[in-house]
Design a protein. Structure first.
Length: 219
């Protein structure tokens, strides 16, 4: 069963048409941009291929990390909280060398929000586990540490999007993505076995606490 905020997301979206498609903000790497820290798309460019190709969806690609830090770059991760804590000044973003990237990550997040608002984005599909775009799970400290730690939480850009009322879905939210596709593509049926990231056995086993932020902020 979908969580209440996922049901609200589906219920509130208007009916799309080819003439007036949904305007969907998408992480650059999910759109095939070579904007990852290593200059690749992390192999994610094919993840949403069929969905993004639908005529009833207009993809609005953006990479907040590339905007502020360039590509290639060092690996940013949040220390001491999640993206909402970074915005509030309670947490910092450091790379694997200990360089403070907090101000640059906030700069990139604000640029992504400005891009979304200018294009009147109705929804965002972003790369989970990213310090910028994560919406379900992010690293707790440096992901390159010998024993990587995870936490439920959001990235810096996601925190700003949610604050502005733009709903965010992870590329690992397979159930919600399938139900969204069913709205976009007449005749498509969402697989009954599809699960969202918070429903996956790994997440339930390793991160059992409730997700601290609503998917749709303020709604």
């Amino acid at each position: 069963m979908l969580l209440a905020h996922h049901r609200a997301l589906l219920d509130e979206l208007r009916e799309p048409t080819a003439e007036d498609p949904w305007r969907v903000l998408v992480s650059g790497c999910l759109a095939g941009w070579h904007c990852g820290v290593d200059g690749s798309d992390y192999g994610l460019g094919i993840t949403l291929g069929e969905l993004l190709a639908l005529p009833t969806l207009r993809a609005l690609a953006f990479c907040p990390e590339q905007h502020a830090l360039g590509t290639p770059r060092t690996m940013p991760d949040i220390h001491g909280g999640d993206g909402a804590d970074v915005i509030a000044g309670r947490a910092k973003v450091f790379d694997e060398h200990g360089q403070d990237l907090t101000s640059k990550m906030i700069e990139g997040a604000r640029a992504m929000l400005a891009h979304a608002l200018e294009a009147r984005a109705e929804l965002a599909i972003l790369t989970d586990m990213s310090a910028a775009c994560g919406s379900q799970v992010i690293s707790d400290g440096c992901r390159l540490a010998e024993a990587r730690r995870y936490q439920k939480g959001v990235g810096v850009a996601t925190a700003l999007l949610l604050e502005a009322g733009i709903p965010v879905v992870s590329q690992r939210d397979f159930r919600t993505l399938a139900l969204l596709r069913a709205r976009l593509e007449p005749g498509y049926e969402a697989p009954a076995e599809a699960r969202d990231h918070h429903e996956h056995p790994w997440t339930l086993e390793h991160l059992p606490e409730p997700h601290p932020r609503a998917l749709v902020s303020g709604r």
